[in-house]
Structures are given as structure tokens and as C-alpha cells.
Design a protein around this ligand. Structure first.
Ligand code: PEP
Length: 250
């Protein structure tokens, strides 16, 4: 059976003092869960958060990284830099990065490769726009994103990768996909992974749903056959609300 993984994505929110407060509140609330808990925080919070999660079951991720090891890339942060301070996960290809920072499938692929190379676990985001869903091309779009993101990735690396299916029309809009829509898209992703890597790998890979997940809808979504937890934006900014999502099965 696959584990459930709940990851928070704070986006560009939370100053270090707020981040420390959050960890203090979240720690006792989630200490007994059997689900995996990750929070993906801004670069400027990483160090404080890493210090404050020591000895807890909360894991830490970044929200982006550069694909090169080092060099003249002013303002960028490398995977190695993240790894060196103890970061475990990194979100790659979030739709906000694709939309506002022109990240292409090729860039996503380079970042996934570099993350794996330095020992980070990528959370790779894919998802269609509302227009694409209305055109009936959701499966085609997400299959292509998966194919490109994983191009050249060895099958042994697959267990270090999490996929997040995040329909763009559901992110930050309050319009959650129905549990059936989310489950169906995730089954299509598994089918694509099975075509590339075989059924065994596709049965094992963790695939989350993301898009307006809240404590009120987490249980019905995460209990679906193919949904292995969630990537949570807005609702991850409140420790109590986030803890209820993490403990959807309690
Ligand atoms: C996200 O940032 O990945 C996300 C799904 O946001 P929200 O939960 O706010 O829709």
C-alpha cells in the first residue's frame, strides 16, 4: 500500500518569526500521524524551519531551485545549496513558475535531473488549464508534461519522485476538482508512467492532488483509490487547518 503524503506550499508567505511560530504550533498537532508531513517554505525561512523541526516528524522542502550546480546565475539557488543545509524535498514545475517565470517542460526536466543528482526529492507538478479541460485534452496535456518531466530519468529514481496533479483552474481559486475528476486524472498519470516504466513502478509512485484542498474536502479526496495525499497551498498557512488536512484519516 502506498503511503499518504501531505505537503504544504507556503508560496511567497511567512517571515521567519511567523515560520517559527507555525512550527511550534504544528509540531504537537501532527506528532502522532502516520502520514508523511512536508512543508515547502521560502528560501529565507529554510534555515529557521530546519532548526525548529529537528526531532519532529515534519520534513522540509524548497519551492524551486536552479538546474545548474553553480555559476553566474545571479539571484538563483542551486540544488546543492539546498541539500547542504538539510533540505529534503523541492517543488519543481509549479504552475505559478510555469506561468509567471516561463518555466518550460524542458526546464522542469533539467531541474528534476539536477535535484536527483544532488539527492533532493522532487515534487513534480503537472496540470491542465480550464481551457484545456473544456477542450477535452486533459489527458493529452498531463501525459505530455509527465513524459517530458521524466525524460531520461532512470527507473530506480522513480521512488524518490512525487508527482502532484494540480489542475491550474483549481489552484488558489476555491474551485476544488471533484474527487472523481482528480482520481481520474491521477489514474491517467499512472497509466502514462506504466507505459514508460511498467505497472510495478506506476503502482508504487506517490501522486498527490493539489488545488484548493481544505480540511473540509481532504478526507473525501485522499480516500480515493489513486490519490496519495495532497499539495496544499493557502490552507497550509494555518497550522491548525493544515494539521486537520494531515490527519484527514483521524
Ligand atoms: C498550490 O500552491 O500548489 C496549491 C494547490 O494552492 P491552493 O491549495 O491554494 O489551491
Amino acid at each position: 500500500m502506498r503511503r499518504k503524503v501531505i505537503a504544504g506550499n507556503w508560496k511567497m508567505n511567512m517571515l521567519p518569526n511567523e515560520a517559527i511560530d507555525f512550527i511550534e504550533k504544528l509540531t504537537p498537532l501532527v506528532k502522532n500521524t502516520k502520514n508523511e508531513v512536508i512543508i515547502c517554505v521560502p528560501y529565507t525561512d529554510l534555515f529557521y524551519v530546519l532548526l525548529n523541526v529537528q526531532g519532529t516528524n515534519i520534513k522540509v522542502g524548497a519551492q524551486n531551485m536552479h538546474w545548474e550546480e553553480s555559476g553566474a546565475y545571479t539571484g538563483e539557488v542551486s540544488g546543492q545549496m539546498l541539500k547542504s543545509i538539510g533540505v529534503e524535498y523541492v517543488i519543481i514545475g509549479h504552475s505559478e513558475r510555469r506561468q509567471y517565470f516561463s518555466e518550460t517542460d524542458e526546464i522542469v526536466n533539467k531541474k528534476v535531473k539536477q535535484a536527483l543528482k544532488v539527492g533532493l526529492k522532487p515534487i513534480v507538478c503537472v496540470g491542465e488549464t480550464l481551457e484545456q479541460r473544456e477542450q477535452g485534452i486533459t489527458e493529452k496535456v498531463i501525459s505530455k508534461q509527465i513524459e517530458k518531466a521524466l525524460e531520461g530519468i532512470e527507473q530506480e529514481s522513480l521512488e524518490k519522485i512525487i508527482i502532484a496533479y494540480e489542475p491550474i483552474w483549481a489552484i488558489g481559486t476555491g474551485n476544488t476538482a471533484t474527487k472523481e475528476e482528480a482520481n481520474e486524472a491521477i489514474m491517467q498519470i499512472r497509466k502514462k508512467i506504466s507505459e514508460i516504466y511498467g505497472q510495478n513502478k506506476s503502482d508504487k509512485i506517490i501522486i498527490q492532488y493539489g488545488g484548493s484542498v481544505k480540511s473540509s474536502n481532504a478526507k473525501s479526496l485522499f480516500e480515493m483509490s489513486d490519490i496519495d495525499g495532497g499539495l496544499v497551498g493557502g490552507a497550509s498557512l494555518n497550522a491548525e487547518e493544515f494539521s486537520k488536512i494531515v490527519q484527514f484519516d483521524n
